[in-house]
Design a protein around this ligand. Sequence first.
Ligand code: PSU
Ligand code: MN
Length: 323
Amino acid sequence: MTCEKVSRNLALVCPTVNDLGSMSPLAIADDVSLALEQRRPIVALESTIFSELGLPSPANREALARCIGAICAGGAVPALTAVLDGVVSVGRGDPDTVCGPARKVASRDLGVAIAQRWAYGATTVSAALTIAARVGIEVFATGGIGGVHRGWAETADISADLGALARRPLVAVSAGAKVFLDLEATLERLETDGVPVLGWRCDDLPAFHARSSGLKVPHRVDTAEEVAAIARAHWRLDGGGLLVVVPVPDDAALALEPLEQAVETALAQVATQGVRGNAVTPVALAALSEATAGASIPANLALAENNAAVAAEIAQALAGWSS
Ligand code: PSU
Ligand code: MN
């Protein structure tokens, strides 16, 4: 889509985006534009998980197809976020590009990726939330968010996902945070930042590939309408993001204890390789897949698809809500 066409669409759809449109190119797919205009349910997605930085090929393609399929089947419009040739793009995404080689774009990298015209900047949760909030999307789905890394006291490695969640008024749906993080510290940080963590039909924080981490969530929710009511109330008081945590489906779940052992092995491998900063997550995910003999991958696919389905349900409830 040309920038001219984009600005015309945006003028119709979302006047607040015009200044971003003139400052930096933004391409919104027609079906997303229309859904924004008609206030129909939309679910935003990040692209890192589907790129070569996320799931290994060909699981990444399957994950993309299953997430998009679940959102459509749930009556919502998928809005995958990415930076393509320096253009912030929101739409369905061409699998040949989305699932290919990418540079990781967190919220701090967005301006650089645009100005330097990166061919494919894959958005992390933080960048996706930033884009989705700017466009006016209220619901986002992913596999697992980033969080407070183990050993954070020495490295200060705390994912920008947490800060973005605190600031951007979206409902983010995930299977908790990635399992190799410090989950207890991640929950603490979310509390500090005023992010409600809502357990979707569960009382425990999931451990990504495992259904429970053994840690309690502060609040439980059982319906999408309940989530919508909480989000509306939170936003009326100028609250930012909310995190809905959904356990991985039973038939794909891994048991917590062997998973923890695999995490230890994976993290030891990361340490030996001397990986730091934003390279930690992709390397740790690959090492974890190896340490679980590939079992983490089907679990990851199942949970991502399930999260997308729950997100579509919540988007429906939010769209139907009259305040
Ligand atoms: N969870 C996954 N696969 C991923 C990620 C999370 O199962 O690829 C990505 C997400 O894009 C998330 C990012 O936002 O990792 C967090 O990276 P960091 O820890 O560097 O903030
Ligand atoms: Mn980090």
